[in-house]
Design a protein around this ligand. Structure first.
Ligand SMILES: Cc1cc2nc3c(=O)[nH]c(=O)nc-3n(C[C@H](O)[C@H](O)[C@H](O)COP(=O)(O)OP(=O)(O)OC[C@H]3O[C@@H](n4cnc5c(N)ncnc54)[C@H](O)[C@@H]3O)c2cc1C
Length: 475
């Protein structure tokens, strides 16, 4: 039994703590804030008397097998702890200011192809199937060669796998030319590219392997949890407590300490220290100069919208301009015409009302002079104009809500930075991006989280946690 300190109670830290505790290690988890879940949490103060409640962070789960495996191996099935529900349709895609709408049904290849064919005309279904076939082949290579194996300093992992797999994963190929060579309809291309934008990647520079993400969503389904996905973080927190993980909330770790060439504990920001045989540091921080953040606008609304699906993407008139505005160096201010993701859970508002959340990719937070494409999200005028811009765009794209508004809450990259310490509130959410090795060159020091191998998003941090729990104790 080893004494292990885990730094950070995000989904990566919680997952690795549970897996280590079940192996009878003595696990202490230090979390700088007062809540577990990291980016995935209930919005503080919204479970107010008026009955509206909101979740901040991820709203959907792909590849639930990652968390099914975690819950099953640490005590009881995921379905015994949370009410997992399929999201059907997975996505309503709204183009041309609401004139073209595609509802993509959950977990059916034939259904998705038929929906595209009906919306975009003959051939669009076959085009989409071609993209999915490439995604399937990439997944075949990457699952056992990249995702499910740890990265170590002497064994870095590449999504490309071995030489023989190069033709499948095409490490030289970027997503945009790959998508343009496979799909003909510009709206279908926008739908494929938004998987990169969601992950915080520029579709012009993202690898073609991002095509794995729509494949996973279509094949293994899209899921959420009744009552909000944050209840999965709460269930994982409870599981850790059951397994004897010792939580030290409000405890910031300043650095790892070493003796005799290996890790021997952590130094706390308050000057204290904890001895340990191994330290797992949750590395979620992304570079805010290169990776954008998220704007979340929570909307308490009067009335209900008949037939409103759980998730709707309202696409801009010119989707290609969005990437240029978000990742370009010469751009300034908010992207003028961003994609809006509208989340409408059916169960978070009082009778006759709705609790919606709109998520938008925006530049990360930074004050004047910060490198890269940053905005000072503490500026009241910027916050106000962001709210107005989102409401105006919703109206322009066929989903007006302004005159139904009871109240709203805005969460900017500056708020996320404050909540979880992610510099600039930048959010890396791509499980295909790779990251720091899971084992560092310093014996006893390990890394999980969105900036560690295999990458971010719930599935990335979940798979990384499984790898690290296997690594600890191995020579
Ligand atoms: C708005 C939004 C939407 C998203 N949508 C999706 C989605 O739909 N699907 C998806 O899969 N992913 C999504 N993501 C991404 C996903 O939430 C993250 O990739 C994932 O939750 C990151 O988990 P993590 O464990 O790496 O880190 P985090 O969640 O960032 O947790 C890190 C934790 O460590 C703590 N900490 C940091 N430094 C210290 C220290 N020195 N000492 C002690 N504690 C410390 C922090 O307080 C925090 O609690 C979204 C994220 C956001 C913000």
């Amino acid at each position: 039994m080893a004494r292990i300190v885990v730094v950070g109670a995000g989904m990566g830290g919680l997952a690795v703590a549970a897996r280590l505790a079940v192996k009878r290690h003595d696990v202490t988890l230090c979390e700088r804030s007062d809540a577990a879940g990291g980016m995935l949490r209930a919005v503080a103060g919204t479970d107010a008397a008026d009955g509206f409640s909101f979740t901040s962070g991820p709203a959907v789960l792909t590849l639930p097998a990652v968390f099914r495996d975690l819950f099953l191996k640490t005590g009881a099935a995921l379905e015994d702890c949370v009410d997992l529900v399929g999201v059907d349709p997975t996505t309503r895609c709204s183009f041309d200011r609401g004139a073209t709408v595609v509802d993509i049904p959950n977990a059916t290849r034939a259904g998705a192809a038929a929906a595209f064919e009906a919306a975009f005309g003959a051939g669009a279904g076959a085009d989409w199937n071609r993209l999915m076939d490439r995604g399937a082949a990439m997944w075949g290579v990457m699952r056992t060669g990249f995702f499910e194996v740890p990265a170590e300093p002497d064994k870095p992992r590449s999504p490309a796998g071995g030489l023989k797999d190069f033709r499948t994963t095409m490490p030289w190929r970027k997503l945009r030319p790959f998508v343009r060579g496979t799909l003909r309809d510009p709206r279908q291309r926008a739908h494929a590219e938004r998987f990169a934008l969601d992950a915080g990647l520029d579709p012009r520079r993202a690898p073609a392997t991002v095509a794995v993400l729509p494949y996973l969503e279509q094949t293994f389904g899209l899921w959420t949890v009744r009552g909000g996905l944050h209840t999965m973080a709460e269930a994982l927190h409870a599981r850790c407590l059951d397994l004897g993980v010792k939580f030290r909330m409000g405890t910031e770790v300043a650095e790892v300490s070493e003796a005799g060439g290996r890790v021997d504990g952590v130094v706390l920001a308050d000057g204290g220290r904890l001895d340990a045989d191994a330290v797992v540091w949750e590395r979620s921080a992304a570079d805010p100069a290169a990776v954008p953040g998220y704007l979340e606008l929570h909307l308490a609304l009067r009335g209900r919208t008949a037939g409103q699906p759980y998730r709707t993407y309202l696409f801009p008139d010119d989707p290609a301009a969005e990437a240029a505005a978000l990742f370009g160096t010469d751009a300034d201010g908010l992207p003028a015409d961003p994609t809006l993701c509208v989340l409408a859970p059916p169960d978070r508002a009082p009778e006759g009302h709705e609790a919606w959340t709109v998520q938008v990719r925006v530049p990360a937070h930074g004050t004047a002079g910060a490198p890269g494409r940053r905005l000072d999200w503490t500026r009241p005028d910027l916050r106000e104009s962001a709210v107005q811009t989102v409401l105006d765009l919703m109206a322009r794209r066929g989903l007006p809500v302004a005159d139904r508004l009871v109240r709203h809450e805005l969460r900017t990259p500056a708020d996320l930075e404050q909540a979880v310490g992610a510099p600039g509130g930048a959010v890396a959410a791509s499980p295909v991006a790779g990251g720091q090795p899971n084992r560092s060159p310093v014996p006893g020091l390990y890394a999980v989280g969105a900036s560690a191998h295999p990458g971010g998003g719930l599935i990335g941090v979940g798979m990384g946690a499984a790898s690290v729990a296997e690594l600890i104790g191995k020579p």
